[in-house]
Ligand binder design. Structure first.
Ligand SMILES: Nc1ncnc2c1ncn2[C@@H]1O[C@H](COP(=O)(O)OP(=O)(O)O)[C@@H](O)[C@H]1O
Ligand SMILES: [Mg+2]
Length: 328
């Protein structure tokens, strides 16, 4: 893999989970490009398929799930959907740095963080282990932690927020040029969160990374992402430059999400919760638009035809009502 920011092209990706009702899609026919050197944010309510999409970037979807269709082309690695075994293991960590959702719980309880760091380095053939430890301490230090002390600690000796920062350190320490952060700041208070996001941005710029940040909190992506992709019920409903999407959302779901956040609306009294609840794997409709039950713009066609993702200026939007208006 080249020592520079890789581009990523996700094309027609569908991921299904086996359930009592058969195989159901958690991610449905998603296409998304991560431009080299950019930070892309994926936002959507819980259950919209964000973590499943993130796992697909590493071909790490576990049974009862599987990638049923599509490809994930990463520069220098090829289509990771075809990678297996050792090739895949090497790609993870070294080429793709990854913070799992609930990174707080992904550490080995029996080993110190430092021991796990060395294991990680050895398993990826790092020769300069001292350099690796130095790098880890420096990253932890930047995130406001005492690096030496954290490396000497076991998981139970660290708070949730500290573990989350350890997760971010482990994703960055091998110097991967594609970094995927799944809910990296959920266990943190607002001030620490802002701080960590600032560091993510700095490291991203210093190292020339391609970064994907996944969150249910649109305020988080507003702060870090160059481009924004909005997920609902396994579909990407809108994507485009962050400032444009937040400033003038096209899709009714994006509009609803933004309206629900006082911080973004700028006035607490104006903020309105999105009515209804997001669908689950079994309640998401198998035909028509996934958002129609909560949609203020619902039309007849929405019940039967799943809207295609259509380019609209610098955006891509999947909504019959928006596209009818644009093409009228
Ligand atoms: N191992 C699994 N088995 C069955 N269903 C799953 C599994 N993991 C996730 N799902 C379902 O897939 C959908 C998407 O989940 P997920 O990707 O975790 O969404 P998000 O990260 O946006 O909250 C949800 O309906 C979830 O219940
Ligand atoms: Mg998730």
């Amino acid at each position: 893999m080249p020592e520079q920011a890789p581009g990523v092209r996700i094309d027609g990706l569908t991921v299904v989970y086996k359930t009592a009702a058969g195989e159901l899609p958690a991610v449905r026919d998603i296409s998304l490009t991560l431009e080299p050197g950019t930070i892309t944010g994926i936002v959507g309510e819980s259950g919209s398929g964000k973590s499943t999409l993130a796992l697909s970037l590493l071909n790490a979807v576990q049974p009862p799930g599987r990638i049923a269709a599509g490809s994930v082309e990463i520069d220098g690695l090829g289509d990771v959907v075809g990678l297996r075994g050792e090739e895949l293991r090497k790609a993870r960590g070294r080429h793709v740095g990854y913070v799992f959702q609930a990174a707080q719980n992904s550490l080995n309880p029996l080993k110190t963080v430092g021991k796990q760091l060395l294991d990680l380095g050895r398993s990826h053939g790092v020769e300069d282990l001292r350099g690796l430890v130095r790098e880890a301490k420096e990253l932890l230090g930047r995130m406001g932690l005492d690096g030496a002390r954290v490396l000497d600690s076991h998981q139970h000796e660290l708070s949730g927020g500290m573990r989350q920062r350890v997760g971010i350190m482990l994703a960055l320490v091998l110097n991967a040029h594609l970094v995927v952060l799944d809910e990296p700041t959920t266990a943190l208070d607002m001030i620490t969160q802002a701080n960590i996001l600032k560091i993510v941005r700095e490291v991203h710029a210093e190292r020339g990374l391609t970064t994907l940040v996944i969150t249910h909190d649109i305020g988080v992506v507003a702060e870090v992402a160059d481009r924004l992709a909005v997920m609902y019920g396994g579909r990407l409903v809108e994507q485009g430059p962050t400032r444009e999407v937040l400033g003038a959302p096209s899709h009714p779901y994006t509009r609803g999400l933004i309206k629900a956040i006082p911080r973004l609306v700028g006035d607490i009294d104006e903020a309105q919760a999105l009515p209804g609840r997001p669908p689950t794997l079994t309640s998401v409709p198998d035909q028509g638009c996934v958002f129609r039950d909560r949609c203020p713009l619902r039309m007849d066609v929405c019940d039967t035809v799943d809207p295609a993702a259509v380019p609209l200026g610098s955006r891509i939007v999947a909504c019959h009502a928006v596209n009818v208006k644009e093409h009228a």
